[in-house]
Design a protein around this ligand. Sequence first.
Ligand SMILES: Cc1cc2nc3c(=O)[nH]c(=O)nc-3n(C[C@H](O)[C@H](O)[C@H](O)COP(=O)(O)OP(=O)(O)OC[C@H]3O[C@@H](n4cnc5c(N)ncnc54)[C@H](O)[C@@H]3O)c2cc1C
Length: 383
Amino acid sequence: MLHDVAIVGAGPVGATLALALADGDLDVVVLDARARGETLRGERSLALSHGARLILERCGVWPVLAAATDAVTPIVEIDISQAGAFGITRLCAAESGLPALGYVVGYRALQAALDDALARAGVEVRHGAVATSVGGTPAYAAVAIEGADVVTARLAAVADGTGAAVAGIGRQRHDYGQTALVAKLWRSAPHAGLAYERFTRQGPVALLPEGDHYGLVWTTTPRHAETLLALDDAAFLAALQEHFGTRAGGFTRVVDRRSFPLALEFARTTAATRCVVLGNAAQTLHPVAGQGFNVGLRDAAGLAQAVLDTSREAIGERAMLDRYVRSRRSDRWAGIAFTHGLVSVFGNDVPLLRWPRGLALTLLDTLPVAKRAFVRTMLFGLR
Ligand SMILES: Cc1cc2nc3c(=O)[nH]c(=O)nc-3n(C[C@H](O)[C@H](O)[C@H](O)COP(=O)(O)OP(=O)(O)OC[C@H]3O[C@@H](n4cnc5c(N)ncnc54)[C@H](O)[C@@H]3O)c2cc1C
């Protein structure tokens, strides 16, 4: 049986694509290695842009998420600074004329809301379906499934987080030699929607307001992360306080410490015969600017649009794939370059860079045009 679209991976990006296609009178099948009700990843705080909210609103997921207790926390202000040098800037939602600069959403709450929405929309999701290879002929895409029949479709859209199973797509990797240590963190005062991004000698530290606490993302060397993970809670809080300083007040409690290696990995091209990769499978970014998932959601929205604008017979043909790749090219490369540039300028300890860094932050604070451009980038991406 030839499906119109086979989506490999029902993570946040693949699920959003499936929901965006749900009203399109198309035969869509979604394949995911997860068992039903299981979440792939450990909890992490995702910073969603205003543009990402609009995409989730169109899929009917946002109202459900927003109604759940503590699932969505608006960021109304971001305090950006660097440790041991001058330069501070504050970005305010009020200055942008929006209710919030962005939103913090827990990965698990988002995945649960998307899974529910897929079930409500009647989308065919095959759980426990592990794709072992994805390839294409000029006529159709073929997805090989562990212990089951091959699934064929006019188009295979691969959002499996790695893109490793896809034939014909070369990948490039840059290891930052850094680890992100994440945890839930409490401080003496309520967060009031204020996020912090602090650039330190070891790399950036972000505090994202989430529910009644902060989601901590502490970028550091793998060896230091190991040492920090081994500390008891009190010693960890003392180490963080010393590293971060007193800008955010006193830290009082920490739970759920975990770590992830950080790398930039991207597909050189996002399309091969009858296949596309999107989301993390197309680009896995450093979390410094909170852009990864936001770019992935825009991939999903863009691909859905390209499919819906194409006649059924032409779905997955070269012309459609070329149109999709062209429509995403500038936003995708800009997201990669913006994040990588931010890590290169702010994520290291080159003393000579400290002064220009401070200048950049100060200029951002004093130049309304630059500030607006920066806020726009964080909210809607680069085009
Ligand atoms: C520490 C950290 C913090 C982050 N913070 C942010 C942030 O603040 N803002 C932001 O925008 N992004 C952030 N990101 C990135 C964000 O987590 C990813 O962009 C997002 O998870 C990508 O979603 P995805 O659907 O592409 O892939 P995934 O979340 O990896 O989902 C992939 C899905 O595919 C399925 N799958 C995998 N392999 C197979 C297979 N072989 N066959 C079938 N199914 C398969 C999985 O079960 C899963 O459901 C962060 C990342 C890290 C590491």
